[in-house]
Design a protein around this ligand. Structure first.
Ligand code: PLP
Length: 384
């Protein structure tokens, strides 16, 4: 399996190089040269396989010969060693809880997978990869935890001042060892711009082996497919159309779900659920892509004005709006609406949600109004 740049540069690289470099030489995002469907019998019999075997079957085509089967399974056993409970809230609505990992948000799977891959690549080498990452809180925490003391890695985290919670700031800043956190006077988008600038800065070339641990890194992006396959295993006995509502910021998680669908997982439709940073829902409605500066909200992990994975979603649909609309709807909600939804979930359904998941819930309810026969799953991406 080789990866090409979405900016069009001709050079193709393998999984190891794509993970280590983060971005292509021309600054473009890496994209798999080919995505093949996985065996239909395997999907039909998912409930007979362990989470590790499922993860292996799903990811192996993307790894190629960069990691052998035995070591890949070992890496995966360190990646998916906690549960992803699916909570039935009645009326065909489920909450998929992705916050049972060590840092309490859904990014642990991607961060651990990437950290374990880099540790494996550097096992017998005397080199250091510097992992540079921008965070609105959860990514940095997952990366700090996943990379802590991983051989051959040095982690630099940029986070926006006053825009992460106190617990998150402690998760980012209290590790020491190979983890350094830097507080930036600015927004998450500013942090992300600094990362992008560093990658194309000739001064760093050859001096530092820089890589990113945002969902632009293929190891983080693609491993998020596991959630969708593992969840389908739990639903497999049921034949109703399946809809996933994905609270989105940089759109890595949602984009991974779309790849899962392309590989043959029978998902009927996806919903891009956002706060008022609604670049994608607006695009789906108007057909004009008009990224704006991000606005702070209470669902701050989704405060992204220019979602970096959206180009991958466009690529998956050949840049055709009607094809995209066939797979994806989008809805956005204010802080007041998210807060009211949390109250409703608690009082009516006895379920404690937090703002990101509450937005997923609202968008799902909205979509299901016209699709009463579907079963809907919203992702609860952080611990309340
Ligand atoms: C990162 C994050 C999101 C957004 O995920 P993307 O893959 O960037 O779209 C949503 N909710 C929480 C809690 C997050 O940490």
């Amino acid at each position: 399996m080789l990866y090409r740049s979405l900016n069009g540069h001709h050079k193709k690289v393998n999984f190891e190089t794509a993970v280590k470099n983060g971005l292509a030489e021309d600054g473009g995002l890496f994209f798999p040269e080919k995505i093949s469907p996985i065996n239909n019998e395997f999907i039909k019999n998912l409930d007979k396989y362990s989470n590790i075997d499922i993860a292996h079957e799903v990811i192996k085509q993307f790894i190629g010969d960069s990691i052998n089967e035995k070591d890949l399974k070992e890496i995966l056993s360190n990646t998916v060693d906690f549960d992803f409970p699916l909570i039935d809230l009645g009326n065909n609505i489920y909450s998929l809880e992705l916050f049972h990992g060590p840092t309490l948000a859904f990014k642990d799977v991607g961060a651990r997978f990437m950290a374990n891959c880099l540790g494996y690549f550097n096992k017998n080498k005397n080199i250091t990869n510097t992992v540079l990452v921008a965070t609105s809180g959860d990514t940095g925490a997952a990366v700090a935890n996943g990379f802590f003391k991983v051989k051959g890695t040095n982690v630099i985290i940029l986070y926006p001042e006053n825009k992460v919670s106190e617990i998150q700031e402690r998760q980012l800043t209290t590790n020491g060892n190979n983890i350094t956190a830097l507080r930036v006077k600015g927004s998450f988008d500013d942090c992300q711009d600094m990362v992008k600038t560093a990658f194309i800065d000739p001064e760093y070339e050859d001096k530092i082996r820089l890589t990113s641990a945002n969902s632009i890194n293929i190891a983080r992006w693609l491993s998020q497919m596991f959630y969708y396959f593992i969840t389908y295993k739990k639903l497999a006995a049921q034949s109703k159309p399946i809809v996933f509502s994905v609270p989105s910021g940089n759109f890595g998680n949602l984009c991974a779900g779309l790849v899962a669908k392309l590989m043959g997982l029978p998902i009927n439709h996806f919903i891009a659920s956002t706060n008022v940073n609604d670049t994608v829902p607006r695009f789906l409605e108007t057909g004009t892509y008009d990224p704006l500066k991000s606005v702070p909200t209470i669902s701050n992990a989704m405060d992204v004005g220019a979602p970096s994975n959206f180009i991958r979603i466009e690529e998956l649909h050949d840049y055709k709006l009607d094809r995209l609309r066939g797979n994806l709807s989008g809805f956005s909600y204010t802080d007041a609406e998210a807060t009211a939804a949390m109250g409703h979930l608690l009082k009516k359904l006895n379920y404690i949600a937090e703002p990101h998941g509450a937005i997923g819930y609202l968008a799902l309810k909205n979509y299901l109004k016209t699709k009463p026969d579907a079963q809907g799953i919203f992702l609860e991406t952080a611990h309340p």
